[in-house]
Write a protein that binds this ligand. Sequence first.
Ligand SMILES: [Zn+2]
Length: 474
Amino acid sequence: MEYESVIGLETHVQLKTHSKMWCGCANQYGSPANSNVCPVCLGMPGVLPVANDQALRLTALTGMLLNCNIPKHAQFDRKNYFYPDNPKNYQITQLAYPSTEHGVVEFEFEGGMAKVRITRAHLEEDVGKSTHFERHSGVDYNRAGVPLLEIVSEPDIRSADMAHTYLNALIDILRYGKISDCDMEKGMVRCDVNISVRPKGQTELGEKIEIKNMNTISGIRRAINYEVDRQIRALNKGEALNQETRRWDDIAGMTEIMRTKEDAHDYRYFPDPDLMAFEPDDAWMTEVATHVVELPLARKQRFMTEYELPASDAETFVNDVPLGDYFEPIAKASKSPKAVANWIINNLRAKLTESETKLDDLKFEPTAFIELVSLVESGKISTKIAQEVFIEMFTSGKSPAAIVEEKGMAQVSDTSAIEGFCDQAIAANPKSADDFRAGKGAALNFLKGQVMKLSRGKANPNLVGEMLEKKLTA
Ligand SMILES: [Zn+2]
C-alpha cells in the first residue's frame, strides 16, 4: 500500500526583547547561571506579573508578517504542571484566545510554490534550563520567563524536505522582521514535530505522534524520515499506532517513547487571574504595522523583475540584506543594474571579506560602480583593466575615471598605435604568423596575447583581433 505522511510543526521562538515577559529581568543569553532572575520569574508568592509591551508588539508584528488575523481580544491562561525548570508550577500561555491566528507561509519548493497554513501564533513564556551532571542536576532560571512565541502550523507538510524548507522560510521571515535572532545553537528556536501517516487518498488522519523539543534543522529532517518509515513499517505489519510523545536520539538516529500523549484537560488550564485580557486598539495596531517589512520571497521576486537579476544574484541580496540595501540605490541610478550586481557580488563582497572592511567604511562613493560599469561598456577600459581600477578605487577611494586618467589606463582604440603593436608582434613571432596562414586558428590567439602584452593590456582586444587577421591574410 502507498502511504503519505502528514506533518505539522509547532515552532517555539524566543522573542528579541530587552527584558523578560512578566518582569524587568534581562532577556540575555550567556549570562552566569541564575543572574537574570527576580521574585517574579522565580515564582515567589505574592508577586504580580506585568506584560512586556515589546513582546506584545513583536507578536502582533509576526501575525502581520504571517498574514494572520489579529483578534481584538486575546487572553492569558495558566497551564499547570510540576517540573523543576518551571518555578511557578504553571506556565503562562494562551489557550482559547491567542494573539494571532489563521495565517500562511508561502515559499519556493521543488521548482514551484508551496503554502503551509498557520493555525495560530500565541505568546507564552520559556522555562528554565536543566543541566544534568554526574551526581546531581542544576537548573538555570535565566531563561524562565523569556517571551516565547509558539507558531503552530496546520498539518500541511508532506515530507522531511518540505518541513526543512518551511522552517527555513519561517526563520527568514522572523529574522527579517527582527522578531528573533533565531539562533538555533542558542536554543532560540525549538520545534515539536507532529507526524502521522495514512494510506494515500484517505482523508481521515492517522494516529499522531509528537516528537518533542527538536533544536536542529538536520535533526528534524532525520527524525521525520525515521518516524515516517517506522510508522509505515508498523502499519504494514498490522500493528496499531497509538497517539504518543517521542524523543529523538540524534546519536542513535532513532526516536524512543517518552509518554503516551496527555490531553489538554490534564493541565487544568484556566484564565490567569493576575492578567487582564489584551485588547489592542487601532492606534496601537497602526503603530505596529509601521514595522512591517518586505518579506524575503517578495524581495527576491522584486530584485529579479526590477533589476533583471538571475535568481542566484537575487538570493545573494536576500540572504545578505546590507549588501542588497547597498546595491539597490546604485541599481536604480544605473542603466546596467545586472553589471553593477556582478561587481558587487563578485568583486566587492570578496574584497570586503578579505580586508575585513564594513560597507559603512568604504572609501569610495557607491556611484563609483556606475562610472566603472560605463567605462567598460563604452570601451574606454577592458574588463581586465577594470579589475585593477576597482582595486585602486577600493584602496584609495578615488573615482574610476580619475584613476584611469592618472594611470593612463585608457584602452587604446587608436588604430595607428595598435597597428604598430601588431607589426611588432608579427615580426617577433614569424612562426606563429606562418602557422596562422597555414590554417592554425589558435596561433592568432597567441599573437593577440603578444599585442596585449606590448600594449600593457590597454589595446582594445576586438580591434587587435581584427587588425591581426587583416594583416596576416593580406
Ligand atoms: Zn525576573
